[in-house]
Ligand binder design. Structure first.
Ligand code: ATP
Ligand code: MG
Length: 180
């Protein structure tokens, strides 16, 4: 299971559609300052369901929509699709690839899709639970993340191991059941 493809359109500095293909193993994003490296990282977090504008380095959610430049008008919608390899059928879908898509319109309306079918944010969050891929998963290592893991409190570090061990799903269900 690995991130295979990322399609970005209208997200932050990416006004035109950008298609990125990733290989198995580790992918590092390099480039000059301000070229959009962190924006790529943000787009992956966003499509996986990130709800905090601050985590995405903005002050409100629609800051992620291409705001325009001196020579180009801003856009009315941002869209990101992330495709994950499912050839080993790790996800409960009979497809060899899973594509999750998120759209946000300037009007505030938003959409989530799994393999082009509309779904809820909750469906996406649950899909990635225990896979290491979710918004807080360890498949995305941002600037300063290693340092943060090494210096975190043991209770916080425990969450990383719980995710890798695949028990977050059960803990979440237990908490939900206790609430009812
Ligand atoms: P560094 O090496 O300094 O970390 P970086 O490659 O990570 O740089 P980013 O932070 O990804 O760079 O990109 C910053 C650029 O994205 C800035 O030029 C900023 O103006 C642009 N940007 C951010 N949000 C938007 C938006 N909504 N619309 C248009 N451009 C945007
Ligand atoms: Mg950066």
């Amino acid at each position: 299971m690995y991130l295979k493809r990322l399609e970005i359109k209208g997200f932050k500095s990416f006004a035109d559609k950008v298609d990125l293909e990733f290989d198995k193993g580790i992918t590092a994003i390099v480039g000059p300052n301000g070229s959009g490296k962190s924006n790529i990282y943000d787009s992956i977090k966003w499509v996986l369901g990130e709800q905090s504008a601050k985590t995405l380095r903005g002050s409100k959610m629609d800051d992620i929509i291409f705001a325009g430049t001196e020579s180009r008008k801003g856009l009315g919608c941002a869209e990101v699709s992330l495709t994950i390899d499912n050839s080993k059928k790790m996800f409960p879908y009979d497809y060899s690839e899973i594509t999750v898509t998120r759209r946000l319109y300037k009007s505030g309306e938003s959409e989530y899709l799994i393999n082009n079918t509309q779904c809820r944010l909750k469906d996406i969050t649950e899909l990635f639970m225990d896979t290491g891929i979710g918004t807080d998963g360890y498949s995305l290592i941002g600037q300063g993340k290693i340092e943060e893991i090494l210096s975190s409190k043991s209770e916080d570090r425990r969450m990383l191991f719980e995710e890798a061990a695949g028990i977050v799903k059960y803990k979440t269900r237990k908490l939900e059941a206790e609430k009812k």
